[in-house]
Design a protein around this ligand. Structure first.
Ligand code: SF4
Length: 132
C-alpha cells in the first residue's frame, strides 16, 4: 500500500477525529487515516495535491481554493518537508513516530498550524496545547 501525502497533512492525520469539509472528504480522510496505520504502508511526501486533496471540495484546477491560499498551503507543507528526506518513501508507522518526535510543542508547529480553522477539533494540536 502506497500513500501520497502533503507535508502538513501528516499533522492533520494525527489530529483527525472525523471532521471535514463534506461527507466525501471525511470518508476519504478516514480511509487514509486507517491505511496510514498499517505496517506495510509506504508514504511519499509532497507539497502538491495528494490523496487527501483529491476528495476535497476546495481543490480546483489543482489549486487549494485560489493562488494565494495555495501558496500558503505549500509553505505549510515545506515547513514539514524541510525536516524530512523527500527523496525516499517512508514506512508509514516510522514516519508518524518521527513526526511526533519533530513536532513536540506548540512552538514547533507555529508556522504550520497558526491559521488553521480546525484547532478546536484537532487532537494533535490540543495535545500540544495542553503540554504548554
Ligand atoms: S485542497 Fe486544500 S483544504 Fe483541501 S485537503 Fe488539500 S490542502 Fe486541505
Amino acid at each position: 500500500m502506497k500513500l501520497i501525502l502533503r507535508g502538513h497533512h501528516l499533522l492533520c492525520l494525527k489530529g483527525f477525529q472525523g471532521y471535514g469539509y463534506d461527507e466525501d472528504f471525511t470518508e476519504n480522510m478516514s480511509d487514509i487515516n486507517s491505511k496510514r496505520k498499517l505496517k506495510n504502508t509506504t508514504v511519499l511526501i509532497t507539497n502538491t495535491p495528494d490523496d487527501i486533496c483529491k476528495a476535497c471540495p476546495n481543490l480546483k484546477n489543482d489549486l487549494c481554493e485560489n493562488t494565494a491560499q495555495n501558496e500558503r498551503i505549500i509553505s505549510m507543507d515545506n515547513e514539514v518537508l524541510t525536516k524530512l528526506d523527500i527523496s525516499k518513501g517512508y514506512n508509514s508507522i516510522e514516519l508518524f513516530e518521527k513526526i511526533d518526535e519533530i513536532f513536540d510543542s506548540k512552538e514547533s508547529v507555529s508556522k504550520i498550524c497558526f491559521n488553521c480553522m480546525w484547532h478546536d477539533k484537532c487532537l494533535f494540536y490540543q495535545k500540544l496545547s495542553n503540554n504548554r
